[in-house]
Write a protein that binds this ligand. Sequence first.
Ligand SMILES: Cc1ncc(COP(=O)(O)O)c(C=O)c1O
Length: 464
Amino acid sequence: MTHLPNSLQARDIAHVLHPYTNLVKHEKAGPLVIERGKGIYVYDDSGKEYIEGMAGLWCAGLGFDEPALVDAAVEQMRKLPFYHTFGHKSAGPVIDLAEKLKSLSPVPVSKVFFVNSGSEANDTQMKFIWYYNNAIGRPKKKTILSRQRGYHGVTIASGSLTGLPANHRAFDLPIAGVKHVDCPHYYRNAEPGESEAEYTARLARNLDEFIQREGPDTVAAFFAEPVLGAGGVIVPPAGYYPAMQAVLRKYDILSVSDEVICGFGRTGNVWGSQTLDYQPDLISCAKQLSSAYLPIAACLISEPVYEAIRDQSGTIGTFGHGFTYGGHPVSAAVALRTLQIYEERNIYAHVAAVAPHFQARLRRLADHPLVGEARGVGLIGAVELVANKTTRQNFDPAKAVGATCAAFAQEEGLIQRSLAGDALAFCPPMIITESEIDEMFDRFERALARTEAWISAEGLRPAA
Ligand SMILES: Cc1ncc(COP(=O)(O)O)c(C=O)c1O
């Protein structure tokens, strides 16, 4: 596609390096420039309307034009546009937000440490865990476990926790000391005839054996998203977390719930770990914490971890970690207002009320000849496109079937993400109504029909 000289598209190609983008293709295709938002909708620079079926990047829970958040930002900007929390300094919104997060936490929390992104939160948790084990005299207990297809960010540490090849390949990741265990995807990974309970028991056994091989005194922590998001929206089978946690507790291994997507209502409870029956020691959260209107993320840490860190910092003379913008007062004021709005407007109850309709429309897609599995919980879900429903064979990744379906969806006025394995994700703003859910799936069904027609025309289905 050629773009007019000096158009936003041409200037973007000339000047912007895009994350998670095929940069070769981008030089031809250029960007979709989004200009404004309203509720669950965004509008491009030609005025075309789209349902934001991903709430941006699983984050704009209150949609795209919430004036109360703008007011909270402006008010705090006028009062104190920046301050920090280094060296015994603080600011009111940071204190209020820490207190609020502790009151919302599903497990006892001692302190809240603020950062700017999900990646920084998980990176920081790893440092806390290493510092903690050094402080309590366990210098060998350092290996961190996460899962294949888990997503925890892109910094050197959090990108190592992430279990997706595209985040490792050519980046020299993962670093030593991070190891990946089974992805709990029953549809893809269960043995023929294996029940969910048997599958779960096998994963727990595998974890136990893995820890035994590594040496229990070398394994420090296990990171998990309650529902794996960017890895394909994978909901582990019932009983999975209790079984995994029993193994972790046996070896005194800390568990970290990465609530960056699931936190603040997405799965129908405040926390994904509540929905999935998981009681972590530490929690990372971000995204819907401020409905993504400003960057802010947090690490919620337990009393034993805090006490060890406190004592070690006393011995060393300081706790040598922190980000300039961690606990930014404007971000904290917006986050606090966001959490208040979730409660004032009953957003958590709203998600629980509309989720059955969302899940029913999602699961109806399982009857489509292209859909191998339709899966999800609360207001998050995905459909996995397959070449053969019986054998569950995937399409050749080079054919980019998922990306093509997402491109058709975009033409139909729906923004979606195509994830690894041709999974198309749905994670709309939590304010979505039942009729908007219908409109979203209607648009997707049209995109799916066009994908089916394209697959037939291109002869992309392997011969049975
Ligand atoms: C579960 C999870 N953890 C961490 C991250 C990384 O967050 P960020 O992109 O803010 O660094 C993400 C981002 O999508 C995520 O989904």
